[in-house]
Design a protein around this ligand. Structure first.
Ligand code: S3P
Length: 414
């Protein structure tokens, strides 16, 4: 099987295409609702984006080619769109307003609006710029020396987009290594960046040129099928052309520590992002502790890892994952609450979960709470139950995986 294109890389392909000079073409763009929100926002900012059968064509005119939108920019459910676009709009000399859905309205924005204000952007928003709706008027930006208070690729990326428009050297120091798609794509488009341990230095302003991009499959989407193959008896699964960027593969490392059979077949690195094939087989798993620097490398996979851990031998402890509280839902709460309805024994903690293994999953009525990754995790849980499981709010899954149920159905039939 192949999973749809990577969500993080798809967002960035539109953004870089828009701020570069010339044409960018993107193959395997994820047409999930989140990335379509990014596409819509950049069209409202005056960027021509043409959808061909096989690829997207973006006509970039540089940062200066963006124009003041006559409409409100709606980011929908997408945290990535909202945080990253603010970094771009921080330096554009016009006014924009951002809104999103009910979940976005609860997600913290001062982690980006704070440093972007220091750099010179004029930002206002509900609760002094903490929540949407947010209005922003770009300013003359100055470089910043900034230690990130949270391990967040969204915040890092937002500041990098602002740094590309500031005159001089911006220095960003990460708390822990997070996904580096922005850095890679920036360099692929001709930008210069220095990386020294957890410190990034960007000497702005930057001029970028459009490129061709092939988006690899999303490892965070593959995660649901990897988990299914491991915990459903007598399974064997080949997943082709999936992204293997090491800032995203923490789940593979943890699963291997748990005893999982996962074979990684890397392809020749002819792309700006590494990718390859995975072979996964049903395995007997043991509990582990998941904590520290691996957390940002698997942050989106924790809901499905919690389900996997419920099937392992022993008690799995997940720590240092307080960022889960500010995802599409408070995932510490939603994972524990929904899986416990199905017979699991999961205790939510301040910064993670304690998951009892060897659980028999039973039937019940559960809810995604509008969170795509909770919805998909519950669908995989249903494979283990002899009774039926009713999942409310499955429409949320289209945010990142529009054909999830069709693929699940065809795998189960085979
Ligand atoms: C993302 C970064 C992560 C991740 C999100 C996508 C990105 O968020 O959870 O799904 O594309 O940069 P944080 O950086 O806020 O942890």
């Amino acid at each position: 099987m192949e999973v749809p294109g990577d969500k993080s890389i798809s967002h960035r392909s539109i953004m870089f295409g828009a701020i570069a000079n010339g044409t960018t073409r993107v193959w395997n763009f994820l047409k999930g609702e989140d990335c379509l929100s990014t596409l819509d926002c950049f069209q409202k900012l005056g960027v021509t984006i043409i959808e061909h059968d096989q690829y997207l064509q973006i006509e970039g005119k540089g940062f200066n080619g963006l124009i003041e939108p006559t409409e409100i920019l709606n980011v929908g459910n997408s945290g990535t769109t909202s945080r990253l676009i603010l970094g771009i709009l921080a330096g554009t000399p016009f006014h924009s307003v951002l809104i999103g859905d009910d979940s976005i309205a609860k997600r913290p924005m001062s982690r980006v609006t704070g440093p972007l204000r220091i750099m010179g952007a004029n930002i206002d928003g509900r609760n002094d710029g903490e929540y949407t709706p947010i209005s922003i008027r770009g300013g003359q930006l100055s470089p910043i020396h900034y230690q990130l208070p949270v391990a967040s690729a969204q915040v890092k990326s937002s500041l990098l987009f602002a740094a590309m428009q500031a005159e001089g050297v911006t220095e960003i120091i990460e708390k822990s290594e997070t996904r580096d798609h922005t850095e890679r794509m920036f360099q692929y488009f001709g930008g210069e960046l220095e990386k020294d341990g957890l410190t990034l230095r960007l000497n702005g302003p930057s001029t970028l040129n459009g490129r061709d991009i092939v988006v690899p499959g999303d490892i965070s989407s593959a995660a649901f099928f990897i988990a299914a193959a491991l915990i459903a008896p007598n399974s064997e699964l080949l997943i082709k052309n999936v992204g293997l960027n090491q800032t995203r593969t923490g789940m593979l490392d943890v699963l291997k520590d748990m005893g999982a059979y996962i074979e990684v077949i890397p392809h020749s690195i002819d792309s700006f992002e590494p990718y390859g094939d995975l072979i996964v087989k049903s395995s007997n798993l043991n509990a582990v502790e998941i904590a520290g620097d691996v957390i940002p490398r698997l942050i989106d996979e924790i809901p499905i890892l919690a389900l996997v851990a419920s099937q392992a031998e022993g008690t799995t402890v997940i720590k240092d994952a307080e960022e889960l509280k500010v995802k599409e839902t408070n995932r510490i709460d939603t994972v524990a609450r929904e899986l416990n309805k199905l017979g699991c024994n999961i205790v939510p903690t301040e910064d993670g979960l304690i998951i009892e293994g060897n659980t028999k999953i039973r039937g019940g009525i559960v809810d995604s709470h509008g969170d795509h990754r909770i919805g998909m995790m519950l669908a995989i849980a249903s494979l283990l139950s002899e009774e039926s499981i009713h999942i409310q709010g499955t429409d949320a899954i289209s945010v990142s995986y529009p054909n999830f149920f069709e693929q699940l159905q065809s795998l189960v039939q085979n």
